[in-house]
Every structure is written in C-alpha cells, then in structure tokens.
Design a protein around this ligand. Structure first.
Ligand code: ACO
Length: 330
C-alpha cells in the first residue's frame, strides 16, 4: 500500500452573517485599529440563530463532493474535528452522516482544538491504510462564537465560525486529486492551562440552576500562546521538510493556522517564506479553530492561489497544546 493518499475534493463554507470590527466596537471596549494592528482581523462570520455546526459542515461537504464528482453514498467514514459540536451526544459526525443520508457508516468526532482537522487527516490516513476501499469525509467545523466570552475583549475579537472539508482515499490512478504526501503531529499537555474551555465538562460540571460562568468560554493567555504557536509550527514544519530532503524554497504555498496575522507573519519569516507564498484569509474569517486549515486550503485552491503541481505545506497549532504539519502535492 502506498504511503501517500488522494485528497479527492475540498470544500468550505462560512455563514452569511458577518460581524465587522465596527460591529464589535458597539458593545466591546476596543477599536478597529487595535484589532487590525494586533491580529490582522477585519471581520468574521457568525452563524444565524438556529444555524449549527453540522449545517456548516453539510454545506462544505456538498462543495467537496461536487468538487470530486462524488455523491454522499461514496463516503465510507465521517470524521468531524470540532470543539463546538451541535451537541456532545450525539456527535457532530453522526449528525452530519444522518444529514447526508448515510446509514451504517462509522462516524465520530475528534478534538485536538485548532489542530483538529490535521489530526483528523492522520486518523483518516489510518482508516484508509486499514481499509483500502475507504473514502473518508474529513471535516473541520466550528461555531466558536458559541464559546466566545463577549465580555472579554482579549479573546472575543479573535474568533469566527466556519467549516472546511477534504475527502481522503487511497492513492490509486482511479482516485484523482491532490496527494497527501506525509504528516507530523505533536502534543504537550504541560501547556493546557494556557488555552481552555472548561465549563460544563467533568472537571467543572454544572448543576441545574447554576449560572453559566466565564469558564464556559474560551480563556487564553494570548502572549504565551503566541510564543509557543510560532516556535512549535516552525519546528514541526522543519522536521517534516527535512524528512523529505526539502527546504522552504521547494514549497510553493504555506498554509498556516489562521489565528492571527502576527503569528502567520512570524512563522513565514522564521521559515524564510516570502509573503507572496503565505496564504492568508484570517482578515475575513478570524480564527475558526479546527475549520481554519481546511477553510484556508479549500479557499486557496478555489481562488487559484494553489495551482496544479504545486507543493503545499500546512502548519497547525491549537489548545492542548497540539500542533502538526502536512505536505500536499496538487
Ligand atoms: N481592544 C483593545 N485593547 C485590548 C484588547 C482589545 N480587543 N484586548 C486586549 N487589550 C488590551 C489589554 O487589556 C492590555 O491593556 P493594558 O496594557 O492596559 O493592561 C493591552 O491591550 C495588551 O494586552 P495583551 O493581551 O498583552 O495584548 P497582546 O499584544 O498580547 O495582544 C493578542 C493580544 C492579540 C491575543 C495576542 O496576545 C496574540 O496574538 N496572541 C496569540 C494568541 C491567539 O491568536 N490565539 C488564538 C487562539 S489560540 C489558537 O488558535 C491556537
């Protein structure tokens, strides 16, 4: 069996509703200038009332299926990376499978925070290695605005909602599309307290009648996250490139986790990528956590920023901490 895999289709979706910095200024003590200077974010998408994680995942999946010339019936597994599923039980994977009309297809969620999509690709590689006929729907979808503390100006300006999808299958001549060449993952729980959503889980259970507290939302030490994110993404990209005898010059497009423009620029600079090789859409979406990488990858491809034959390097980083890199040949 080949050690490379086919990425047959890509899709993305963001809700129609847009929250601009000017909108935020109306209810948070901040300014457009502060947000743009510190984060590069100008606007983010936000679900409409009643719109849930799997609605976005479904829309992105339809795009990926169209893109690949497949139908939902061609899918054998559903993996959804998210920290904001519609419900804890049933999982977003199972709900999405149902919305796709799939019965009996294994479906589950995977939580690696913002690195969830890249971790899910690794899980999908394992599934395809085990079941060569598999065609795995790999989704990153988040309603981060449902876990945003709108009274905390240090975090609430950062996040947005969205979804991105890739379909992974065996590398055979029949399975057209890009090729996932290799990946590298890492995690270190030492830094868990620097970026958390605690409330309502077994470590901080709620009782009926409890008032929902700040711990129900994203809490973050931004400065520390920034340092670790840059260092870890660069190191794991260098490890993966070195394994293949490659240097940044061999890579055509770098797609880093879209958390913050300053992190993206620092990673690009440290890895010696000129700005024009670094894909950025954080200005329009904010940080969409597990959706960030597939949303950027699918949008970059749709916009023509990734061309046939080009080599793409992915760098991800998230709470846990978790981080990873991937190499894809289009
Ligand atoms: N508007 C105006 N002022 C603000 C805002 C805001 N939205 N947020 C914070 N400030 C103020 C603070 O209150 C503080 O004021 P003080 O000096 O009077 O106390 C001042 O700005 C500096 O605050 P810091 O938190 O130190 O600001 P910093 O320069 O570190 O920028 C930021 C904050 C943007 C979050 C930065 O730390 C960062 O980029 N961190 C990276 C983390 C990140 O992007 N995480 C995303 C989620 S994690 C992930 O995706 C893996």
């Amino acid at each position: 069996m080949s050690s490379t895999f086919a990425i047959q289709g890509l899709g993305f979706y963001a809700p129609a509703r847009i929250l601009t910095n000017a909108d935020l200024v109306k209810f948070v003590d901040t300014t457009d200038e502060w947000i743009i200077t510190r984060t590069g974010i100008r606007e983010r998408h936000m679900v409409a009332p009643g719109e849930v994680c799997t609605d976005m995942a479904l829309a992105a999946t339809h795009m990926a299926l169209d893109n690949a010339g497949l139908t939902a019936k061609d899918l054998t597994h559903v993996v959804v990376a998210t920290v904001t599923p519609d419900t804890s039980v049933p999982s977003a994977g199972v709900v999405l499978a149902k919305k796709l009309g799939l019965e009996g297809v294994p479906a589950f969620d995977l939580n690696a925070a913002c690195s969830g999509f890249v971790y899910s690709l690794e899980a999908a590689r394992g599934l395809v290695a085990l079941h060569p006929e598999a065609r795995v729907l790999v989704v990153g979808a988040e309603v981060l605005t449902s876990r945003t503390d709108w009274t905390d100006r240090g975090t609430c300006v950062l996040f947005g909602d969205g979804a991105g999808v890739a379909i992974l299958a065996a590398d055979t001549p029949a399975n057209k599309g890009a090729r996932l060449l290799d990946m590298q993952l890492a995690a270190d729980g030492t830094y868990g307290p620097l970026l958390t959503i605690k409330g309502g889980y077994s470590g901080h259970p709620y009782k009926i009648g409890d008032v929902v507290g700040h711990e129900n939302y994203v809490q973050m030490n931004g400065r520390e996250v920034y340092k670790h994110a840059v260092r870890s993404m660069c190191a794991i990209c260098e490890t993966l490139l070195a394994r293949h005898g490659l240097t940044p010059e061999d890579v055509d497009v770098l797609i880093p986790h879209q958390a913050n423009l300053r992190i993206i620029e620092a990673v690009g600079k440290k890895l010696r990528f000129p700005d024009e090789k670094v894909f950025v859409n954080v200005d329009r979406y904010g940080n969409t956590s597990a959706a960030s990488i597939p949303l950027a990858l699918a949008e970059a491809r749709a916009l023509g920023s990734i061309k046939d034959g080009q080599l793409v390097l992915i760098a991800t980083f998230g709470g846990g901490f978790t981080w990873g890199s991937a190499l894809i040949r289009f």
